[in-house]
Design a protein around this ligand. Structure first.
Ligand SMILES: [Fe+2]
Length: 124
């Protein structure tokens, strides 16, 4: 397969993860607000800061390629965050709320890990 096609795929994945990280900022705010556990709240807030850092790093990657940092809506992240919204609604006041929030956040993380893993493979 010619490299230009793989490069196109790389750029598409890059736009997807930039969109996903931006979408996640809002999701982490909601999850932080939803928990009453100060440790978990702190973890979500820390992750929010790290996500802002990731967005800056992604912008640098776009810059190094000489293109404008433009993300696209990540449908997977949209779905994962919709599930997180449902969890917040369905488990409000339930002792299992925090476990449910952690579960939702783990799913998000694994999606991101897969995305960055693919990007690493595509750029090599
Ligand atoms: Fe995506």
């Amino acid at each position: 397969m010619p490299n230009e096609h793989l490069h196109e795929l790389f750029l598409d994945e890059l736009k997807d993860i930039l969109g996903a990280e931006r979408q996640l900022l809002k999701g982490l705010k909601k999850m932080s607000k939803a928990t009453e556990n100060s440790q978990l709240k702190k973890a979500f807030d820390k992750h929010h800061n790290q996500t802002e850092g990731q967005i800056e790093r992604l912008k640098e990657v776009f810059g190094s390629l000489g293109i404008t940092a433009r993300g696209k809506t990540c449908k997977a992240m949209e779905g994962l965050l919709k599930e997180a919204d449902d969890i917040i609604e369905n488990f409000e006041g339930d002792p299992a709320l925090d476990a449910a929030l952690i579960s939702a956040a783990q799913k998000v993380e694994h999606y991101e890990i897969a995305s960055y893993g693919c990007l690493t493979l595509l750029q090599s």
